[in-house]
Design a protein. Structure first.
Length: 348
């Protein structure tokens, strides 16, 4: 699961907690026992992290065709499509994503009927439900996302009941424990509402060390947890570590740039420009990311006292024409904030 990337600047208060709430280096890493499937998963997930979506689709399509008895091809085909659309800020291919996730869940249900104690079958089901919940959240279907997300977390917890060192499950559960506690801080004094933020972080740290496939999700989760906790130097440290292994990843670069906003705005600006330049040149449109990134850069420039350059970027944004309905819906609020920011700059 990608996940995806620059969530903080796309309604952070809603998307980040729910995303980390429902979704799921290596030392003694757990791997799927079929070596050929393991190899495909490792290489395909790496392609998603590196934004090589077409290559990832080819690999997971092949896995789906050759191993129809497993849901993994369908799960990660959906994951690739979700990641690609979110990264490029483009409409989701709802038909393909839904078809793959529904098909994956049906396969999981058949597998569980043959062996409901098989830890991998339970993990596949948790993963399929987790992606479904994440996708529902991205579409704004919060009721469904919450319901399916809770079911997903329960399935991940069952995996830990079967094996308390099944680290893949710790990614989802660790994120859930942290964000549930964070969002219920005001009632954590009640005996039945425990504060599990530290436990959540501990689970994620273990997952980073031991996860066989999705350690990047644990890393990504911790980056944003540290930002939420205002531990910006810790966020910088873990994001820079992640980028050493995945230097092309916008997933980690967004987090690093966000953390540097509070540590070193000049570095933040540099990183945001790097992200803007990193998108494929053949994208039909990248207006949502262009507007978002230029607005973020303008805000950092103003922090540094460079009002003229900040105003110049605001003008560039407001001169952009030809938004699609999808882009306009995505950007309405931000464009209004850019207009307000521009007026404030002109008055200073």
């Amino acid at each position: 699961m990608q996940v995806i990337e620059h969530l903080a600047h796309f309604n952070l208060k809603k998307i980040i907690p729910l995303f980390l709430f429902i979704i799921s280096i290596q030392t003694f890493a757990q791997v799927y026992p079929d070596k050929s499937v393991h190899t495909i998963l490792k290489s395909g997930i790496k392609l998603i992290v590196d934004q090589k979506y077409s290559d990832a689709e080819l690999i997971f399509n092949q896995l789906d065709k050759t191993r129809k008895d497993l849901p993994l091809g369908k799960i990660y085909l959906a994951a690739t499509l979700i990641a690609k659309s979110f990264d490029y800020a483009q409409p989701f291919d709802d038909t393909s994503i839904t078809k793959n996730l529904d098909g994956a869940k049906r396969i999981c249900e058949r597998l569980l009927k043959t062996d409901d104690k098989n830890i991998w079958y339970n993990y596949f089901y948790a993963l399929a439900k987790g992606y479904t919940a994440y996708y529902d959240a991205l579409k704004g279907d919060w009721l469904s996302a919450l319901s399916i997300g809770l079911s997903s977390v329960s399935s991940f917890e069952y995996c830990l009941q079967l094996d308390d060192k099944f680290y893949e499950s710790m990614i989802a559960i660790g994120s859930y424990k942290f964000w549930r506690s964070k969002k219920t801080d005001f009632i954590n004094w009640l005996p039945f509402i425990p504060d599990e933020k530290d436990i959540g972080i501990e689970y994620l740290q273990k997952a980073i060390q031991h996860s066989g496939y999705n350690s990047h999700l644990a890393v990504h989760s911790l980056i944003w947890i540290y930002i939420e906790q205002e531990e910006y130097k810790s966020a910088v440290k873990i994001a820079e570590f992640a980028l050493k292994s995945n230097p092309q990843s916008r997933l980690f670069r967004w987090g690093l740039a966000r953390a540097y906003e509070k540590v070193d705005p000049e570095k933040s600006i540099k990183l945001y420009y790097e992200i803007l330049e990193s998108y494929p040149k053949d994208l039909k449109s990248n207006k949502v990311n262009e507007v978002t990134l230029k607005h973020l850069i303008a805000q950092q420039l103003f922090k540094l006292g460079n009002k003229e350059e900040a105003l110049k970027l605001c003008n560039q944004i407001l001169l952009i024409q030809g938004f699609t309905k999808f882009e306009q819906d995505k950007l309405n609020d931000r464009l209004e904030r850019v207009r307000i920011f521009k007026n404030e700059l002109m008055q200073k």
